[in-house]
Design a protein around this ligand. Structure first.
Ligand code: EPZ
Length: 416
């Protein structure tokens, strides 16, 4: 297994281009399965998760070609509505094929996702929503089997604005008979782009970006081309590193997707300037501690919680970081404490007491964003840090060591 080595405490400067969004391209790829011609998707990041999704789509029968950020998907040969355990267990987002394949074939068999590094991640909202649309759902040998001759529009109220469940139900409802209204829907930019993409394919969806999405079912969809929106979580990861180590500019971003982070970065004393597609950050002379409570979009993203905690390890004073989306997403804390951080966790809140500096050490990645926080920790620590099990970070970050090297970091990959 590869590891990433970092010689820390080197300043960052310059600019870095942000890739297409992992959490936008995965549902878009699933939606492409509803078209029977050829779709071209651009700004597709080269990640383990996008490669896993391509493998899954090929098992389902799509003909895919990925080269230099451009993915073509030919849906004409799709004939196997099944997502096997071997793939779903490595990537929960495989579950996104449930809605599209049920809509296209009337039957689909998807392995029930297990938990992940930080705990159980149920799919009950997805299944209840599909049952509202008329699907018959059974669980057989760890697989969800969903059946429906023709889905019927319905009114669905989510208990929680789940990103994945919103995506699955929007895709399933796109060709249902009649109108579907989803209340308490997810408002994330990735869901907005999914709905816009489905409309390019011939759907009739409105309200995306609000808590109520209306889908007027159509008979069929056609393939369409799309450019994936920028990855706001990758962007936030680099901004957090810049807040600690030097003035940097992130390019090819949508600054409005980062509003909740930018407000908090300014609260710590950082200077931020934006253009239409860039954000420049300059570190504060002295980092002021700032509390965070994560929330669904447009709140502070849970996917930036670990990175923010790494940032707060060097703040003046103490901060509280509460995660209201995942109450147990703190597997990065013991590893950051190995670098000399002073963090305690109680329930779903981390209490971070700022220290003078971190000191490099070997640490272990446990999930995508925890890995990112350990890389930030290594970049600010004095001495050498070894981040192990970097396959986690490769799931969600494209060429992260090359990008940080380009900003002046002393960081490289070694095969273990
Ligand atoms: C998406 O996961 C993202 N993944 C996650 O990013 C992100 O952390 C999460 O949304 C929250 O923003 C992708 O988009 C591929 P949810 P998803 O359904 O859709 C509970 C990353 O690092 N829930 O919005 O799985 C759930 O347990 C990844 O890029 C149910 O109880 O998240 C959680 O507490 C990690 N039942 C909350 O809702 C359900 O049926 C939010 O989950 C579904 C969810």
């Amino acid at each position: 297994m590869d590891k990433i080595i970092i010689e820390g405490d080197n300043p960052l400067s310059g600019s870095v281009a942000i890739s297409g969004a992992k959490n936008a391209v995965l549902p878009i790829m699933a939606a492409a399965l509803m078209g029977k011609e050829r779709a071209t998707i651009t700004r597709v990041p080269d990640l383990r998760d996008t490669k896993t999704m391509i493998r899954l789509m090929e098992i389902i029968g799509a003909v895919c070609n990925y080269d230099n950020g451009i993915l073509t998907v030919d849906g004409s040969m799709v004939d196997n509505p099944e997502a096997p355990y071997e793939l779903v267990k490595t990537m929960r987002a495989s579950f996104y094929v449930l809605g599209p394949l049920l809509a296209r074939f009337g039957i689909v068999r998807v392995s029930l996702p297990g938990g992940c590094a930080w705990g159980p991640r149920p799919v009950d909202f997805h299944l209840k929503g599909l049952e509202k649309l008329g699907a018959k759902i059974t669980l057989e040998n760890g697989y969800i089997i969903a059946r429906s001759d023709r889905l019927q529009g319905a009114e669905i109220q989510f208990e929680f604005p789940s990103v994945g469940a919103t995506g699955n139900i929007v895709m399933a409802a796109a060709t249902a008979v009649g109108t579907t209204i989803i209340r308490n829907a997810a408002r994330e930019p990735e869901i907005i782009q999914l709905c816009d993409y489905l409309n390019q394919m011939g759907s009739n969806i409105s309200g995306q970006g609000s808590t109520t999405i209306t889908i007027d079912g159509v008979d069929s969809l056609v393939s369409a081309d799309v450019a994936v929106i920028p990855d706001r979580i990758e962007a936030g990861t680099f901004l957090t590193a810049g807040a600690l180590l030097g003035e940097i500019t992130i390019k090819d971003v949508n600054p409005h997707h980062l509003d909740s982070l930018l407000i908090k970065l300014k609260e710590t004393g950082c200077t931020i300037s934006t253009t239409e597609d860039t954000v420049t950050i300059s570190p504060a002379d002295s980092i002021q501690a700032a509390d965070i409570t994560t929330a669904v979009y447009p709140g502070f993203p849970t996917d930036l919680q670990a990175q923010w905690i790494a940032f707060m390890t060097l703040a003046q004073g103490s901060s509280m970081v509460t995660d209201t989306v995942y109450h147990d997403r703190f597997s990065h804390i013991p590893e950051l404490n190995r670098l000399g951080a002073n963090i305690k966790v109680d329930q779903n809140t981390a209490f971070v007491r700022g220290v003078k500096n971190l000191v490099g050490a070997p640490v272990m990645s446990t999930d995508i964003r925890a890995s990112a926080s350990l890389i930030i920790g290594g970049l600010i620590a004095k001495g050498t840090t070894e981040v192990n099990r970097v396959y986690h970070i490769d799931r969600g970050y494209e060429q992260i060591e090359e990008k940080f090297s380009g900003l002046g970091a002393k960081i490289w990959r070694e095969s273990a």
